[in-house]
Each structure stands twice: as C-alpha cells, then as structure tokens.
Design a protein around this ligand. Structure first.
Ligand SMILES: Cc1ncc(COP(=O)(O)O)c(C=O)c1O
Length: 374
C-alpha cells in the first residue's frame, strides 16, 4: 500500500515529508562513498547498537559516551523497545493528552496502565504531573514531546522544562523525551533539551532521549536512535539482537557521510525555508476564515498544527465529509489515551505544496463554517 495520498486529494493527514524535501544529490554521493569507503563493514552484520562511527558522531553531538547511543532502524522501534522493556511486568506510564498515537498503541499492546497530563495552550499540566509522580506504585516513566509536539506542534517553555525536570528529580521519575522534529525550527529561539536540563540537575540516569533522521533527512533511511542511561544499554542491545541481529548498517554509514560532508546544517536551513511558507499559508487561511470560531496552534517548527473546534463538532464525521471534498486530516481522538478530543484535528503542512495548502485550507475552512452554521 502506498503511503501517498490518493491522487487528487490534498492531504493534511500524513506526517510525512514532501519528496521535494529530500537531499537527493547529496545522498546519492553519500551512498556511493559509503559503499566504497565503509562497505566491508557496513555490508556485513554488525553490532546490535548500530554503526560505530555514527554512534560516535551522535555521542559527541549530545555530549555522552558513544556506548550510550543505540542506533535503531527508525526511532519507533526504539520507543517500542523502551515500552517492551520497562512494562514487561506491567506498571503505569504517564503521557501527555494528546500524544503520539503510535506510543499509545505500543503501551496498550504491552498492557501498561496509562495516566495522562493535559497539554493545552497553557502548557503542560505540571500540577497533575506532580500528583501522578508521587503516586504509589510509582509510575515507570513519563513520555513527552517537548519540541514541535506531535500532534499539536506546541513547544514547552523553558520555565516548564525546568519545572518538569525538578519534578522528575524529586520523584526519581524516568523521562522519555521524544524529539524527531526539534531540528525543524522555522522561527523562535531554540530551547535546551529536557535531557540536557536533567543532566545539569543531577538526573542524567533519569533521561532517555529518542530522535530520528526521518523528518530532518529522509524516513526511507530508517535511522533513529536512543540515548540511554548506562544500565539500560545491555538489555536494549539484547532486545536489538533478538529482534534483528543488527540494524541495516549501510544507511547509517550513508547518513554519517552526509552528516560529515557539511551538508546537514545547510539542509536544515533549506527545510526551514521549505516549511515556512507552507505553515504560513495554512495559518493565513485559518486566521482569515475561522477567527473567533475555532482555535489553533501557531507552531514555530515541525510538521503539525492542531485545530480545536467547538465541543459539538465531531472531527471524525467532518473528516468523512472532507474526504468527499478531496481533502483529509487526522481526527484528534486517536491522540488521546482513553478517549476525548473528538472536536480536535491534526493538520500536517509538510507534504502538500503551498498552492495545495491554500486550496485545501480554503476547502477545509468552508466545510467547518458550513458545519458550524448547521
Ligand atoms: C513523535 C514521533 N516519534 C517517533 C516517530 C517515529 O519515527 P521513525 O520511526 O521514522 O524514526 C514519529 C514518526 O512519525 C513521530 O512523529
């Protein structure tokens, strides 16, 4: 099945990059160099934790020993390892409401209990986090997306990052920070990672960091990674060995060549320039047509914007009408563990062109206005 939207449909649904975002020429050169220069290693089976030189590059980038970095075939499998390992005897996970739907699915499959803290226009409900973190039995982890959150596009303020870290340290709570979008900043100031703040606060052992090159280079490479506390490295290597012996090393060698060739920083600037007019086109249409009728986020980067309609609107029904009108989005309910969010929607602006976004957003706001008039 193709992951691409049906021809003729303008999709705000899939959180996938436009093919125009891929650095094709640079990756072609990196592919050839990777085979020629590293092929004798990268074409073989290898260590379960991935291509050594890429682990070194990532360790240096995050200021940690390379043996704490596990490179996985995409970060979702790393997040699945986190869930499988930590909830093998049950337990409670704290997640945001809303949060990344595939992690909700992984937690459900593992049989974990899930408690939620609201992520709203006012930020994270940290009072609720404090209450949950003090709970008995102790929650096993907090899973958060502090920067360009999926699905809302929100970014946690510095003050909230500090407060979250203080709560985690006080209650010895493991924090899984998922950050596949953080390098896709369109505007605003970069915030420190939560795992950096945890380290500064003496809580390095409480931080798991997950990231990926799927959104910043290409998902087809399937390169994601985890930065783990020391004691989790061996069990995760065992999980990786059991699951796939070793990950595909060639795309990791190819990616490392790309990263070391000096192409990455200019590429990130290109991506910001690519995403900016798309985000702005969507925001302009919403501002023009729905002001006072609905609410939406104004993301400083990433792929997503979050739309909240009046409580009586059901976005699953609205999406069915939208598909008939040649557009699609993701109804928000699936991003809430245990229900809610029936009046919300995730709109992705990474895939359609600016013209398609203008046309698609025009169709969408017309549909919303019709629904509200009814
Ligand atoms: C929040 C979040 N985490 C993790 C992933 C997994 O990405 P990948 O497995 O491609 O690295 C995604 C992909 O959409 C995501 O949105």
């Amino acid at each position: 099945m193709s992951v691409l939207p049906a021809p003729g449909t303008i999709s705000f649904a899939r959180g996938i990059p436009s093919p125009d975002m891929f650095p094709i020429d640079a990756l072609a050169q990196s592919a050839r160099r990777a085979v020629e220069n590293a092929g004798r290693v990268a074409l073989n089976y290898g260590p379960p934790a991935g291509f050594g030189p890429l682990r070194e590059w990532l360790g240096a980038r995050h200021g940690v020993a390379p043996d704490r970095v596990i490179v996985t075939p995409g970060s979702l499998i790393g997040l699945n390892f986190v869930v499988a390992h930590l909830f093998r005897d049950g337990g409670t996970a704290i997640v945001e409401a809303p949060t990344y739907d595939r992690v909700i699915g992984a937690l459900a499959t593992a049989g974990a209990d899930v408690a939620t803290i609201d992520n709203t226009a006012d930020g994270l409900d940290l009072d609720r986090l404090r209450e949950l973190a003090a709970g008995n039995p102790k929650p096993k982890l907090l899973y958060v997306l502090p920067t360009f959150h999926n699905p809302t596009g929100r970014t946690l303020t510095l003050a909230q990052r500090h407060e979250l870290v203080a709560i985690a340290v006080e209650h010895d709570l493991l924090v899984v920070e998922d950050d596949p979008y953080g390098l896709l900043r369109i505007d605003g100031e970069r915030q420190p990672y939560v795992h950096e703040l945890l380290r500064d606060a003496g809580g390095e052992h409480l931080a798991i960091f997950a990231s990926s090159f799927s959104k910043s280079v290409a998902p087809g490479l399937r390169v994601g990674y985890l930065v783990l506390p020391e004691e989790l490295v061996a069990p995760f290597e065992a999980l990786a060995t059991r699951t796939y012996v070793s990950p595909p090393l060639l795309p990791q060698a190819q990616l490392l060549d790309f990263l070391e060739s000096g192409s990455f920083e200019p590429h990130l600037e290109f991506l910001a320039a690519f995403l900016r007019p798309r985000r702005d086109a969507l925001l302009e249409r919403l501002d023009a047509d729905l002001s006072g009728l609905a609410e939406w986020t104004r993301p400083e980067g990433g792929y997503f914007l979050w739309l909240e309609l009046p409580a009586h609107v059901d976005t699953t029904e609205l999406n069915a009408t939208a598909v008939a009108a040649g557009i699609s989005f993701v109804p928000g309910a699936g991003f809430f563990a245990g229900g809610r969010g029936h009046n919300t929607a995730r709109l992705s602006f990474s895939f359609p062109s600016v013209d398609e976004i203008e046309e698609g957003a025009h169709r969408l706001t017309a549909l919303v206005r019709e629904t509200l008039d009814r």
